[in-house]
Design a protein. Structure first.
Length: 170
């Protein structure tokens, strides 16, 4: 992904760095989350595009070609409330039939990492990240509509992780 999509790769590296930083609250699951963070946007790779919906395309590649662990595939398939965009693309039934949702603690952690990392890999406040997505796509784009629908869940996921980090530090 680095060569064809350098900005996306910078974002991915930032997301993975955030994932590794969650070791104090994830323990043994840190490696799984970090792998999912590195792979969450793999479906943007030009050679993997099938449906045009990167969570599904990436998860299918990981399952069908790479033989990846089912948890990893589910995390990629559902990252950052992907079900709302799947609904917009009329792919909800396909996504949920092929990849049941992962348990919320890991899904929330990946959402936290993705939604607090900007396109250049820098840490952003979740509200800045949501505004950046809306600015990049415009108000009428299906990604913006999906993010709007996902915002309450995204904010709850980020808050849950931030609370867990604070509790762990005390």
């Amino acid at each position: 992904m680095e060569a064809p999509l350098p900005r996306r790769w910078a974002h991915t590296q930032g997301v993975a760095s955030r994932a590794a930083s969650l070791a104090p609250i994830l323990g043994d699951e840190t490696d799984t989350l970090t792998a999912a963070a590195y792979l969450h946007d793999i479906g943007y790779s030009p050679e993997l595009v099938g449906t045009g919906f990167h969570p599904l395309d990436g998860a299918r590649y990981l399952r069908d070609v790479a033989g990846a662990d089912a948890t990893l595939c589910r995390l990629v398939a559902h990252h950052s409330c992907a079900v709302n965009e799947a609904t917009e693309r009329d792919l909800y039934d396909v996504l949920t039939a092929e990849f049941p949702p992962e348990r919320h603690e890991l899904a929330d952690a990946l959402t936290y990492c993705d939604m607090t990392t900007g396109p250049d890999g820098r840490h952003l406040d979740v509200h800045e990240r949501l505004a950046e997505i809306h600015s990049r796509y415009g108000p009428d784009h299906l990604v913006s509509r999906s993010i709007t629908a996902s915002t309450p869940r995204i904010l709850a996921a980020v808050q849950a992780v931030e609370i867990a980090l604070r509790v762990q530090q005390t």
